[in-house]
Design a protein. Structure first.
Length: 451
């Protein structure tokens, strides 16, 4: 029985007692009162008492209904807030890039977000226990340590997206903390998985870059130092050898200068500080000019240069940067070719994705399949001995790739050992009207420089 109900019962008893007291007093004080009069007075008294009780009951009932309505309103507000908080939590869990897994004390999974499913390639299959998420021993050791010590734990783990491909692995940093629903005990573990694969790959690239730069600079520096010391120690008096020493010093100095220039150029391109000035260019004429500049080198190597671009083929690009791309590709094609081989440049419109593709094909030794994914990396050399023999800084293809991307395009390579290589530059195509062209369409005609 509620307090209000008790109050109503108490008020009713009081009124009944008051009526009984009235009847007693009336009988004692007015024993000879007429029956009709007594009945009328009693009826009036009963009516007053009933009215008072009814009023009190109605008032208490009204308070009770108001309180119930207020309680219902608070409940509705609480449900709305709970739903809003649930939607907010769901939105946060969906939007965070880190994988989040919350487990109970018995390794049952209480919550897992989409990022965690993606990291562990779980797709949409049901997840019940921690072993359904990962069977990596380090994950379970971390879970047990958090439950035992009640402290935060960090760990580095490796997971593979595919059991068949050992190279397809991810490096994850695990942050695990105790889940406390109350202060008395640990109710589970909150695990956050952060994908560190790209960061570790970038760190490895940075370390390789520093190592490669040091190595590339060390060789010419050692030669310059050795020949300079020889000249200081009396080599200047040897007229026959001193000039040879100076030529060697100059050659190594030029090699260092080219390396520093390429590093500076690549850094500027990667940082986005290079400004491009696109213009509509006749590609055949541009390639012809490049071939003229590289003809002496091609003649020395015994390589044919073959321009198979149509007269009416135009591209929209920054002239100097496109020349830089093509010079790098053609120069490499000459260097790594055989005597009597050829370098061919073609261009075409790719109808599928609305792009233009420039292809530079050589008849050299080709590139092994294991090297193809890395040929555009800085300082990566397929044949280190041959690369140093023919010269170059090892940054040319990296510059090509980044300049192609700066134009909104991409660089590709296809090759087979013994079948030569083909480097392709894909550029976005810009549509022009007929009156913008200055040349009429002609059939394809090979422009060949015979060495």
């Amino acid at each position: 029985m509620t307090i209000r109900q008790k109050k109503i019962v108490f008020a009713t008893i009081v009124m009944v007692a008051f009526f009984a007291l009235y009847e007693t007093v009336k009988t004692l004080l007015f024993p000879r009162m007429n029956a009709v009069t007594s009945h009328v007075v009693s009826t009036i008294i009963v009516g007053v008492i009933s009215s008072v009780i009814a009023y009190y009951v109605f008032r208490q009932q009204s308070h009770l209904l108001n309180e119930r309505e207020q309680g219902s309103q608070r409940l509705r507000e609480a449900l709305v807030k709970s739903e809003r908080d649930e939607n907010l939590l769901r939105s946060i869990l969906t939007s965070v890039a880190e994988g989040l897994v919350i487990t109970g004390r018995n390794s049952e999974v209480l919550l897992i977000n989409d990022a965690a499913r993606s990291l562990f390639s779980l797709e949409t299959r049901p997840i019940i226990r921690l072993t359904d998420v990962s069977r990596e021993p380090q994950v379970h050791r971390t879970f047990s340590k958090v439950l035992a010590d009640g402290e935060r734990v960090e760990a580095r783990i490796e997971v593979r997206a595919s059991r068949t491909n050992a190279q397809d692995k991810r490096i994850l940093k695990l942050h695990a903390a105790p889940l406390r629903l109350n202060e008395d005990q640990i109710d589970g573990v909150v695990c956050a998985f952060i994908d560190m694969t790209k960061l570790e790959r970038l760190e490895r690239v940075r370390q390789e870059f520093l190592s490669n730069v040091s190595h590339e600079l060390r060789t010419p520096l050692a030669a310059i130092t050795a020949y300079t010391e020889t000249l200081i120690d009396g080599g200047l008096d040897d007229a026959e050898n001193s000039l040879r020493f100076l030529n060697t010093i100059h050659r190594n100095t030029e090699r260092m200068r080219a390396l520093v220039n390429d590093i500076s150029e690549l850094s500027a391109i990667e940082s986005g500080s290079v400004t491009l000035t696109p213009e509509r260019l006749p590609l055949r004429q541009l390639v012809s000019d490049i071939f003229v500049g590289l003809a002496p080198r091609a003649a020395q190597q015994g390589v044919w240069l073959d321009n198979q671009i149509l007269e009416d083929f135009y591209v929209t690009a920054d002239r100097r940067r496109l020349e830089q791309i093509l010079v790098n590709l053609v120069d490499n094609a000459i260097k790594f070719n055989f005597s009597g081989g050829s370098v061919t440049i073609k261009a075409e419109d790719a109808e599928a994705d609305g792009a233009q593709i420039i292809r530079v094909r050589d008849t050299g030794a080709g590139i092994g399949a294991e090297h193809l994914p890395r040929v555009f990396e800085r300082f990566y050399r397929v044949d280190r001995a041959r690369s140093r023999e023919v010269g170059g800084t090892g940054l040319g293809l990296a510059i090509v790739k980044h300049l192609a991307r700066a134009h909104g395009g991409e660089a590709y390579v296809t090759s087979e050992t013994g079948q030569g290589s083909e480097f392709s530059i894909k550029l976005p195509r810009v549509h022009v009207t007929e009156d913008e062209t200055s040349c009429s369409p002609n059939t394809a005609q090979a422009f060949t420089i015979q060495i």
